[in-house]
Design a protein around this ligand. Sequence first.
Ligand code: WT7
Length: 652
Amino acid sequence: MNTPNTGATQYPAKTSAETYIDADSHTKLYQQSLASPDEFWAEQAKRVDWIRTPSIIKNCSFAKDNLSIRWFEDGQLNASVNCLDRHLETHGEQLALIWEPDSEADAVRKFTYRQLHNAVCKLANGLKSLGVAKGDVVTLYMPMIPEATIAMLACARIGAVHSVVFGGFSPEALAGRIQDGQSKLVITADAGKRGGKRVNLKANVDEAITLCQPACVENVLVVNHCGETIALNAPRDIDYQTLVRNQSSECPAEIMDAEDPLFILYTSGSTGKPKGAVHTTGGYLVYTSLSHHWVFDYNPGEIYWCMADIGWITGHSYAVYGPLSNAATTVMYEGVPNFPDAGRLARIIDKHQVNILYTAPTVIRALMACSDEALANTSRQSLRLLGTAGEPINPEAWTWFYEKFGHSQCPILDTWWQTETGGMMITPLPGAIDLKPGSATLPFFGINAVLVDNDGQLLTGAAEGNLLISDSWPAQMRTIFGDHQRFIETYFSTFEGYYFSSDGARRDEDGYYWITGRVDDVLNVSGHRMGTAELESALAAHPLVAEAAVVGFPHSIKGEGIYAYITLTDKQAETETLRTELKQWLRKEIGPIAVADIIQWTDDLPKTRSGKIMRRILRKIAADDFDNLGDLSTLADPGVVARLIETHSNLK
Ligand code: WT7
C-alpha cells in the first residue's frame, strides 16, 4: 500500500463476493440523498418490514426554538420482528449467533434464527407474565452472553424500552441509571467472566438496589451463567430458566409507531450526570440496517464479528440491530481480546472463520504491542474487511492492522460516530471510497457534515474546525430521557441550526475528514467515554479531597489516560497510600474502566479571576507540552503554573 498519510489507498482486490456500490454511483447517490432526502429515505426504508408503510418520511427542524426530529412518523413496525421473524422462512436454519466463551476450554453456543426467535419469544412472554408492558423501562446489566441479545430483542418485541448498563460499571453508577429510568425490572446474571476472572453482577445489582431511594425495582431476573450459588431473594429475584421454561415460543409482537422509543443508553457529557440518550424505532432500524449493509458490504453467509460490548452503542447498532436485521451470522465473545494471551483474537477468527471484524483502535494498539504473540499460529485468511470505531486510529496502528493482521488484503473502515448519532456518520464504503490511514474519509448517505470556527463561521475547502451536522438523519437520538431542555442546550445551542458533535475535525483537499478529538471536557480512555465532571465529583466525594481537576493525556495503548490534579484538605495526607486509595475509590465510584493513571498533589489549581479552572493549561502540563501554554494573562495567580510544572516533573 501507499505510505501512510499520502494519497488514498485503492480498495484491495476482493477475494469473494461483489461490492454493492462503486465510486461513481456512490457520488451520485450521496448527492441525491442530500438533495431529495424524502425520496432517498422512502426508498431505503423499504429494506425494513413495516406493519404500516410510512407516508410521511422526514419532519425535522434543528431550529433551537422549534426543534423537531421525526422520521417515518406514520409508519408502524417492530424491531424484533425485523431481526427475527422475517428471516425465518428463508434463513430459519442459518446461524444468527455464535457465542465464544471466555475460556477456550468451555463450549461454544450456537443459535439459528429459529432458535433465537424461540428464545426471544419465550422471554418476551415471561416478561409479560411479570407485568412488563409497552413503554416500561427495563435495565439490563449483563455479561456478553446470548441472553443479553435475547433480552434486548424480548424487550423490543413487547415494546419495553431497554436500558443496557455496561457490566463494568459500579453499583453506584448502575443505581443512578436504574433510578433515572425508574426501572421496575433489572435483568442480570449471577456473574460474568472476563479474562478468567469473575464479575459478580448479581451482587452489584443487590447493592445498587439498596442505593435506589425511593425504591423502584420490583423484580430482578437472574441468568444462571456461572453456576454460582447465589442467594435469590424471593419474591423479588426470579431465576431466568424457571421463568422461561414453560413459556410459549410464540409471542405476537407489539405494534410500535416509528417514533416509539426502542431504547435508552446512558453516555457521558462534559457536565453533570450521564445523559440517557433516547433512540426510537423506525429511523434507528432503517439507518443501522442500511449502514451495516453498505459499510460492511455484508454478503449472505458471511461471518461477521463486532467486538463491542452490548453495553455501548456500537454493540446495540452493529452487534445486534444492524446485523440481525440483515440476517447476518454474528459472533459474540464473552471475554477480552488478549486472554489467555494476545493470540486469542486471531484464534477466534480462525476458529469461526470470521470474514468481517469490527473492533477498536485500543484493541489494535494492545495487540500491536505484542505483535508476534498476537499473530502466532493463525492464518486470519478468512478476513475480508476490518472496521474500527470509537477513537482516532493512529497511522502506526492502522498500518500494523492492515499489513500484519490483515495481510494487506482487507480495507480498514475507520467509522466515526457517537452514541447520539445511533449509527455511522463518516465512514469509508468498500469499493466506493479509497482509504487514507487515520481518516474516517467521507460522510455517509444523508449526512451533511460541515466545519465551523469558534464563532460559527462556515469553513469551506480544506480547513479545521468544529464538526457539525446541518440536517437530521434517521438514527439521531431524539431526546435526553427526562430532560428535553438539556438535549436542546447540549446539541443545538452552541451553533444554532446545527447538531454539534463536540468533536473537532480537519477536512483535507480531497474532502476527507480527519477527526481530531473532543473539543469539550470529555475523555476517551480506551474508547470509553468519560466526563471530567463525573470523575471530578467522584474524587471530590472522598473526605480528604478538597478539590480535583481531571484531564486526559496521550497514552500509547489507551489513547488517552486519566490525569488528576488533587488538592487535599490536609497536606500531611499526601502519601503513596492515599494515592492508591484514591485510585481504588474512583474504580469503586465509577467502575473498573475509570483507572486514574497519574495523581498529582497540588496546593492550587490554575483559575481565572472568576474561579473557573483553566483546563487547557492542565492538559498541556499533563502532556509535557510546556512551551505552548497559551495566554496566561487571565489567571488569578500566574505563579501556580511554574509550581504545577515543577511538581509534575518530579512525578516522573
Ligand atoms: C466519541 C463518541 C463510534 C461509536 C462508539 C463510541 C470518538 C468515535 C471515532 C473515530 C475518531 C472517534 C469521538 C466521538 N470517536 N469514533 N472513528 N475516529 N474519534 O461512541 O462512546 O458516544 O463516543 O468517540 O470523539 O465524539 P461514544
